[in-house]
Design a protein around this ligand. Structure first.
Ligand code: ACK
Length: 221
């Protein structure tokens, strides 16, 4: 059956293969555990709690949001404009069901989300919607001026009551601050260098990017 005749999914994206899902969840938990014990992080705990002298257990703070993936096109079963055209794009149809190597280059947290930044290759960018960054403009005004693919991420967890769509906005916000040169002293850690971007935003740029196999496919709930 040609793809244009089947129902459109909730979203298209790369789904981390089952064997690496577990590994990345562990990496994420280790990162949160380490962050939680850092003096530098404790100094800014109020960003998370809203109250002075209140503790936070980051490992409990974020809830898991299901299968780890990197969304390309959010379709909402065809309600999103451009989703039919996306599904009909020959690059999308040719890649459907293939396994790609995604490169995770950074881990980040905010009081809302924890995620991994995905650095897309030229080939992977062929599957990236042209307007993904521009569509975030209402939330992150500087988003449209960032390079294509800037929004690409894997959501690792969300705080209570926060929707996963927030992870991409949080990433774009951090990248916009980075571009502006608004950053403090990096803290060198075993995994890479950690930078605080105010208001509870932290990004750890990995010394060694993590390469994960992921299947390009779609999700129907
Ligand atoms: O973590 P995510 O990338 O953020 O994966 C989930 C997935 O679709 C299923 O909810 C993402 N998502 C939700 N709404 C949108 C949207 N308006 N634009 C882009 N991605 C979205 C969400």
């Amino acid at each position: 059956v040609p793809l244009e005749e089947v129902a459109l999914p909730l979203y298209f994206g790369w789904f981390l293969l089952p064997a690496v899902q577990e590994k990345i969840r562990c990496t994420s938990m280790d990162f949160l555990k380490t962050l939680d014990t850092l003096e530098a992080f404790k100094k800014h705990l109020i960003d998370f709690t809203g109250k002075p002298d209140q503790e936070v257990d980051l490992e409990q703070y974020y809830k898991s949001t299901g299968m780890l993936h990197c969304t390309t096109q959010f379709c909402n079963y065809g309600k999103v404009e451009g989703s039919k055209e996306y599904a009909q794009n020959p690059a999308v149809q040719n890649a459907y069901g293939s396994v790609f190597e995604l490169s995770l280059t950074a881990l980040f947290v905010t009081p809302r989300t924890v995620g991994a930044r995905v650095d897309l290759t030229e080939e992977q960018l062929l599957l990236w919607p042209a307007d993904a960054e521009k569509e975030a403009e209402s939330v992150v005004p500087a988003a449209a001026s960032l390079p294509r693919g800037s929004r690409a991420h894997v959501t690792l967890g969300c705080a209570e009551g926060v929707e996963p769509v927030q992870t991409g906005f949080d990433l774009l916000q951090i990248l916009a601050l980075q571009k502006d040169g608004q950053q403090g002293e990096p803290l060198e850690m075993e995994l890479g260098s950690l930078i605080y971007y105010s208001e509870g935003r932290w990004m750890l740029t990995l010394r060694e990017p993590i390469s994960v196999p992921a299947c390009f496919s779609s999700f129907y709930a």
